[in-house]
Write a protein that binds this ligand. Structure first.
Ligand SMILES: [Zn+2]
Length: 239
């Protein structure tokens, strides 16, 4: 899905719904935001090809947070693209590179016996999968940093869903890449998924940080594209 010149949203179909990976590119560089689930690199390459691009074009990867569906392809992409550089918020890096167990494992493992069966299965799967997908990050990001890419990309630290979750604001297209800070349900903008959010209260209050930006469009990783007065819709979520 073309957002603007040099901005494509790559749609990677899933069993339920789809992931929406943002790809920003200039003539010489391409920056991918998040990497899908493990084993989905070929689907990513297909989406790139459909947009008239190749996997080899990717020079930079920014990770919004360390959940499996966002870092799953990172290790394999680093293998296929040895020169690629990777950025993430500083608090999120130890989870991405595997220095510490995933936050959801830390949250849920101590109360494993009290969890419903479905969630127990989820924790067991996470513990099995994570050691095989963690990968190094080259550079740490902080709130207020600006990535020098295609007119500038603002880094907005939006903790709540995870500790080091970030949203990115692409100045040129006035687009907010929201990661999992917001979702879209039946055409309505909603907050982070309550079932999979570390601190739901913080995930809501943190959205206030977005009020400094003139947002004309939101790309939600799980929800897709939202263009119906996004500023007002975000504001309504922070009350
Ligand atoms: Zn996600």
């Amino acid at each position: 899905m073309k957002i603007s010149e040099g901005f494509e949203v790559l749609v990677i179909p899933q069993e339920h719904g789809a992931y929406h990976l943002s790809l920003l590119f200039t003539e010489t560089e391409a920056l991918l935001v998040d990497t899908g689930n493990p084993g989905q690199e070929d689907a990513l390459e297909k989406a790139l090809n459909e947009a008239g691009l190749s996997l080899e074009r990717i020079t930079k990867i920014v990770i919004t947070h360390h959940d499996r569906d966002h870092i799953g392809g990172l290790r394999e992409l680093r293998r296929r693209l040895p020169k690629v550089k990777v950025w993430a918020q500083v608090d999120e890096i130890p989870f991405i590179d595997g220095s510490v167990p995933a936050l959801k494992i830390q949250d849920l493992d101590p109360v494993f016996d009290t969890l419903p069966e479905k969630k127990q299965l989820f924790v067991t799967q996470m513990k099995k999968i994570f050691p095989s997908i963690t990968a190094p990050v080259d550079f740490g990001l902080k709130d207020g940093d600006v990535l020098d890419f295609d007119g500038g990309i603002d880094v907005i630290h939006t903790p709540g869903h995870t500790l080091g979750h970030i949203c990115l604001y692409h100045r040129k297209s006035k687009t907010l890449i929201a990661g999992d800070a917001m979702n879209i349900q039946e055409g309505k903008l909603i907050g982070a998924n309550p079932e999979f959010t570390h601190d739901l209260r913080e995930a809501a209050t943190t959205l206030k940080r977005l009020s400094h930006y003139d947002i004309q469009r939101i790309v939600s990783y799980h929800g897709g594209i939202f263009e119906d007065h996004p500023d007002q819709a975000i504001l309504s979520l922070t009350h």
